[in-house]
Design a protein around this ligand. Structure first.
Ligand SMILES: O=C(O)/C=C/C(=O)CC(=O)CC(=O)O
Ligand SMILES: [Ca+2]
Ligand SMILES: [Mg+2]
Length: 393
């Protein structure tokens, strides 16, 4: 199979070698190209190559210029071998400094599954769900790069006998999501219309939004998740440029009712993204969530997020929300896969899971269609569950 990390992809990350400072890298095959060392410095571009943060801030003209220069360099006769570092020899860091972090709830299948499980007898979808992309502000300081261990959080939950207890979560879950990375900031009061999405967002990463379901269920009314989702959110080390996902753009599902004009994407290019996720627990593929089916696109999420005048900062990250498809084996969380803990999921080692156990390793990986028969790799986001720390006394 053709390399999913060829010149048609070129995702950006932040890497270091030999304990040195992190620098801007681009993945090419199984190596990382040191971008600043490989590209001749010139004008605005020199500043933009100092880090992924700087490249994010530089904006779409520089994004296009750098991508074209990298493609020229890597398809030319003199590929700079001395600036290509084998992946196994580098350390991959959090790719960019996360400014604000928002998590949406854009999968109709996920939102209706969660509604049925947590609020039986009520409408599965909240009343506003088809009118706007529902979301909440998360905790940007606990966004961590793939490979970071996740300590089982403690929190309050209601026990079956009605009492309230504090302790390690018994319902630790994963959530497979797409993340959108904002580069170009805006001033307060300046909404970003649908058509300007790709002028502000450089690209996408993979997200695992770890969730403590018992803590979440007890705390979330009426303000939404707080400690149930604040302890860790893992992201992949690679940000795949939107420019590499041109062939993955698909029309989003039909919307009913038609969104209000600022969210109506009927006349704009489609921003559905045919990213195919895979979720593995202890090496077993437990799900294959399809992002193409998300009801609200990244462009609509950004338009909604800024429609009240909230400004953007370089490094803002917003996640799609858990991606679930209509089939059972397409559900993007264990809450859904085990249907609230009632239908255990079988793993290849003969054990079963409702929620995650200490020591479990979760991997979310993704691919998208590229030009011709090529595939765009989004890499993976990986994390292992460590036992809870001693409780405060
Ligand atoms: O509907 C609820 O009460 C809870 C929903 C979630 O946990 C989902 C959330 O974090 C957003 C998402 O990932 O879709
Ligand atoms: Ca989430
Ligand atoms: Mg989180």
């Amino acid at each position: 199979m053709a390399d999913p990390y060829g010149v048609h992809n070129l995702p950006y990350g932040s890497f270091s070698t030999g304990g040195g400072a992190p620098r801007l890298g681009v993945r090419y095959g199984d190596a990382v190209l040191d971008v600043a060392a490989a590209l001749p410095p010139s004008g605005a571009r020199a500043e933009a190559l100092r880090s992924l943060d700087a490249l994010l801030a530089a904006g779409p003209a520089v994004w296009r210029e750098v991508r074209a220069a990298l493609q020229d360099l890597l398809t030319g006769s003199a590929v700079p071998a001395e600036h290509l570092h084998p992946l196994e020899g580098v350390r991959l860091h959090l790719p960019f400094t996360v400014a604000d972090y928002v998590d949406f709830y854009a999968s109709e299948q996920h939102a209706s599954n969660v509604g049925r499980i947590l609020r039986p007898g009520q409408d599965p979808l909240p009343a506003a769900w088809r009118h706007l992309p529902i979301g909440y502000h998360g905790r940007s300081g606990t966004v961590v790069v793939s490979g970071t261990d996740v300590v089982r959080p403690c929190g309050q939950r209601r026990e079956d006998d009605g009492t309230v207890a504090f302790g390690p979560t018994r319902r630790l879950d994963l959530e497979a999501e797409l993340g959108f990375v904002v580069g170009v900031p805006t001033a307060l009061g300046e909404p970003v219309p649908l058509e300007r999405f790709a002028e502000h967002v450089l690209g996408v990463c993979l997200v695992d939004d770890w969730s403590a379901r018992d803590v979440q269920a007890f705390e979330y009314v009426p303000l939404g998740p707080f400690l149930g989702k604040s302890f860790a959110t893992s992201v992949s080390p690679w940000v795949v440029p939107l420019a590499a996902l041109e062939h993955a753009r698909v029309p989003p599902p039909p919307r009913d009712p038609r969104p209000l004009p600022h969210l109506d994407d009927a006349g704009t290019g489609p921003w559905g993204l045919d990213v195919r996720l895979e979720v593995l627990v202890q090496g077993t593929v437990v799900s294959r969530p399809p992002a193409a089916g998300l009801y609200w696109t990244g462009a609509q999420q950004l338009a909604h997020l800024t429609s009240g005048g909230a400004s953007l900062r370089t490094g803002d990250l917003y996640a799609s929300g858990t991606v679930s498809g209509p089939a059972r084996e397409e559900r993007g969380s264990l809450l859904e896969l085990s249907w609230g803990g009632t239908e255990p999921v079988a793993l290849a080692d003969g054990t079963t899971r409702t929620y995650l156990e200490d020591g479990d390793e979760v991997v979310v990986r993704g691919t998208a269609p590229g030009p011709g028969d090529r595939v765009v790799g989004l890499g993976e986001v990986r994390g292992r569950v460590l036992p809870a720390r001693g409780q405060p006394t």
